[in-house]
Design a protein around this ligand. Structure first.
Ligand SMILES: [Zn+2]
Ligand SMILES: [Zn+2]
Length: 243
């Protein structure tokens, strides 16, 4: 073993007891000095590394790893919850929009309902106020004011999904239909014109009133609206807000 081999082996294995290595150490003073320095350095290194390990360190490291893994799992799960929540919100929003679409189709439903009772428009004889009041009472509406003049027809009807009171009154000799159904389908009066009918959809009390006619003037619709508004809302109700 020469000096280079000696030092190379000593660097790789400072505490080696290889007989060849030890033999070279004995015969070479330079390598013996190198060996001593190496041993001294090794001693210092071992001292520095000789730190007492706190009790339970291994357990704490394992616990920290497990906790971290669990936390990442929770974050992932929360991510999914957020996705699920946003889907629910989207579906809920869709339902609201669907309801709004439904409410805007009330004039469509009202006009579609007309052919079934078109013959009611030909009636000219006024019916007693009590019949009208009873018709509304059957649909859960107590009249607060006097009935409009010259009501010729009252009937319980199903207008699309809504249970309605279907009435006809004569204004200036022309029949004007009114459909009153519980539940607010609109926030403000809306006029419509479709299928040869003109009319308006009005929020009234806790319900919705639709007045419509085929040949009546806007003035006749105003009068019909005012009449039913007075009957349903009473004299103390909000004043006519026709637009
Ligand atoms: Zn040597
Ligand atoms: Zn009807």
């Amino acid at each position: 073993m020469d000096c280079l081999q000696f030092r190379r082996q000593l660097m790789a294995e400072p505490r080696s007891h290889d007989p060849q290595l030890l033999a070279h150490r004995e015969e070479c003073p330079a390598c013996q000095a190198f060996w001593l320095r190496t041993q001294h350095f090794e001693d210092q290194l071992e001292q520095a590394m000789d730190v007492p390990v706190p009790a339970g360190l291994a357990d704490r490291i394992l616990l920290a790893q497990a906790t971290d893994a669990r936390r990442r799992q929770m974050v992932r799960r929360r991510g999914w919850l957020a996705v699920a929540a946003s889907i629910l919100i989207a579906v809920g929003g869709g339902t609201v929009m669907w309801r709004q679409a439904q409410s805007h189709s009330l004039p469509v439903l009202a006009v579609a309902h007309m052919p079934k009772e078109i013959s009611a428009l030909a009636l000219t004889a006024a019916i007693p106020d009590s019949m009208v009041t009873e018709g509304f009472a059957e649909r859960g509406t107590t009249m607060r004011g006097p009935m409009p003049l010259h009501v010729t027809y009252v009937h319980d009807c199903q207008v699309g999904p809504y249970r309605a009171v279907h009435v006809v009154s004569r204004v200036d000799g022309q029949p004007v239909v009114a459909l009153y159904m519980p539940g607010k389908m609109t926030d403000k009066p809306e006029h419509f014109s479709r299928g040869g009918w003109t009319g308006r959809e009005i929020p009234l009390n806790d319900g919705t009133l639709v007045v419509l006619a085929q040949h009546a003037s806007p003035d006749a619709l105003d009068q019909a609206e005012a009449g039913w508004r007075m009957a349903i809302d009473g004299p103390g109700g909000p004043s006519l807000t026709s637009i």
